[in-house]
Design a protein around this ligand. Structure first.
Ligand SMILES: [Zn+2]
Length: 307
């Protein structure tokens, strides 16, 4: 406990509500993160000063010996008191940094009128950008042997933001533009400093890069800074490829019978959609922003195999 007795303390009601909002419990990855936060208390202020709190175990003090972890969840509340951003970072040694700050740099008033709020945490492939509501470039990727697209890289040129949706955990990870752009320049063999050294060119020249270029750049980046599980995944080059119902059943059966992680994910989806059904997003046509939700009824034979 610090000298003035301010810490440890439980989260305030609104801290709790805002953290819960950027960690939606309907999504596997966020739900698991929430569960890990449950026993933690606010143990002090973070290294970034006012507005940053550290969650940790009672009796501990904030540990600043490790580098600031990457962002895990982010949301923005737009209000008459200006923008209020909520940033949660990955857990490091059972401690989590939470920044809740006013973009005006003021203290957040006790009462304010909320106009709108948005977060990446509820974004789904096919959706518009959560921040500007504009259509964003989306590149689907799948594991080398997988049939279904598993990861979706999204790029918003208006906000100059990149993020990736992991179909397994349903978590969205923000991607730093500069690191991604470096990988893209290496992949394309572009050395002209006027192009290669200014990552803002990514958004200006976005249409010049194919899904393959962007997908491979993401793969290289992910090998350096793992944002999503999996190796050797590839951009989906033919999103309208016809895949037979038999093939889908084979895929489902493989997941159920061999107890692969994919199968676990499907069983969870199964609970979400009723005992006999599985929902999954599926590309419908060549435009990579068009998706439709298909529901597959699992036949009793497969359900028996799963037990
Ligand atoms: Zn946007």
């Amino acid at each position: 406990m610090n000298s003035n007795g301010e810490y440890p303390r439980p989260l305030s009601k609104r801290e709790s509500e805002w953290i819960g909002w950027v960690l939606p419990s309907g999504r596997k990855g966020y739900r698991e993160f929430r569960e890990r936060l449950t026993p933690l208390l606010v143990i002090g202020e973070g290294r970034r000063g006012r507005g940053e709190i550290i969650l940790g175990r009672s009796g501990e003090t904030p540990d600043f010996s490790t580098p600031l972890p990457p962002v895990f969840a982010y949301g923005m509340i737009e209000s008459d008191a200006g923008g209020i951003s909520i940033t949660l970072r990955e857990m490091a040694d059972d401690q989590v940094s939470v920044e809740i700050v006013s973009l005006r740099g003021d203290d957040i008033p006790g009462q304010f009128a909320e106009h709108r709020r948005w977060t990446y945490s509820t974004w789904n492939p096919g959706d518009a950008c959560p921040q500007c509501q504009m259509e964003c470039r989306q590149i689907q990727m799948r594991g080398g042997a997988d049939v279904l697209p598993l990861f979706t890289l999204a790029i918003c040129s208006t906000d100059r933001r990149l993020w990736v949706h992991d179909g397994f955990t349903e978590v969205i990870r923000l991607i730093p533009v500069t690191n991604f752009y470096n990988e893209l320049m290496l992949h394309k063999g572009i050395r002209d400093p006027r192009v290669a050294l200014d990552s803002k060119n990514l958004f200006k020249d976005l249409r010049n890069y194919s899904d393959g270029d962007l997908g491979l750049a993401f793969q290289s980046y992910n090998q350096l800074k793992t944002k999503v599980r999996g190796e050797g995944f590839l951009p989906v080059e033919k999103p309208n490829e016809k895949i037979s119902f038999k093939k889908i059943l084979h895929f489902l059966k493989r997941g159920f019978c061999k107890g692969r992680r994919r199968g676990v994910s499907l069983r969870r989806s199964c609970r979400d959609h009723g005992s006999r059904q599985i929902g999954y997003r599926w590309p419908q046509d060549r435009r990579d922003t068009q998706f439709h939700r298909y529901t597959v009824v699992v036949p009793p034979s497969i359900r028996r195999d799963a037990r």
